[in-house]
Design a protein around this ligand. Structure first.
Ligand SMILES: C[S@@+](CC[C@H](N)C(=O)[O-])C[C@H]1O[C@@H](n2cnc3c(N)ncnc32)[C@H](O)[C@@H]1O
Length: 243
């Protein structure tokens, strides 16, 4: 029987997956390089000294490391709803400028995470939010006016080739490997299905515009994940528009 995973239950499924997560993503060619590419596309000034950055859905810290690479001098807050993913992140070496907070993206203020941030990276998070429109609007409000957001995400709906490649890779590699390493395939079947159902790249850019972002654009990555993995970029408007 194929059990479906509700979005609210996704962080709990990552608790189970956490001990094997880094080994699985390390086996994915380009995973870290693509995160670094998305972080660099934020085009943060200088070496980041004086900037406050947020890594929303930071998991075991792979995206946090990418953000640190893009802005080594910045203060970085990594937030995740899975305690076990964060426990993995905390086993790694970080400068004092990096800290991790256990919170759902929907409840950041309750956890003491408040803006303004000078840049936000959300890698493989927004697709998992029960309310992506509300989540994007909340992210916009956390940004300093004019500051950038990079949503690093799978999106295959606009390309038949990308959809077919995604399904083939999931059912021949990702789902069997996830099952072998964690004893459960539920999260990996959810990954396949949630990406199949997620916005196409055009629809997601429109979703960002509706959430109030400006200068919205998408760039994909090199290699076999071209048109599968994307960086969606946008900025909080620098000024409130007068009507
Ligand atoms: C696929 S992992 C990505 C982790 C990391 N950003 C990376 O690139 O490796 C997605 C992460 O989002 C977290 N997550 C899912 N829903 C969340 C929510 N509502 N609030 C905060 N974190 C959430 C999960 O716990 C998980 O660690």
């Amino acid at each position: 029987m194929v059990r479906s995973l509700r979005k609210a239950a996704v962080p709990g499924a990552f608790d189970t997956a956490a001990p094997a997560y880094d080994r699985l993503v390390d086996a994915n060619p380009g995973y870290h390089e693509h995160l670094r590419l998305s972080a660099s596309r934020l085009e943060l000034p200088g070496d980041g000294v004086g900037l406050r950055l947020l890594d929303l859905g930071c998991g075991t810290g792979a995206s946090t490391a990418a953000l640190l690479d893009a802005a080594p001098g910045a203060e970085i807050v990594g937030v995740d709803a899975s305690a076990q993913m964060l426990a993995q992140a905390r086993t790694k070496e970080w400068p004092d400028t990096v800290r991790f907070v256990h919170a759902r993206a929907e409840e950041l203020a309750d956890a003491g995470v408040t803006g303004p941030f000078d840049g936000i990276l959300a890698a493989y998070l927004v697709r998992n939010l029960p309310d992506p429109d509300g989540g994007l609007a909340a992210i916009r409000d956390l940004l300093r006016p004019g500051a950038p957001l990079a949503v690093h995400e799978y999106s295959v709906a606009d390309s038949p080739r990308a959809r077919a490649t995604w399904t083939a890779v999931c059912w021949t590699i990702i789902i069997p490997s996830g099952w072998m390493r964690t004893g459960s395939a539920a999260l990996y079947r959810y990954l396949w299905r949630s990406v199949q159902r997620f916005d196409g790249a055009v629809a997601f850019q429109n979703r960002m515009r509706r959430a109030g972002f400006e200068e919205v654009r998408a760039e994909t990555v090199p290699g076999w994940q071209a048109d599968i993995v994307h960086t969606f970029l946008g900025r909080r408007p620098a000024q409130v528009r007068s009507v």
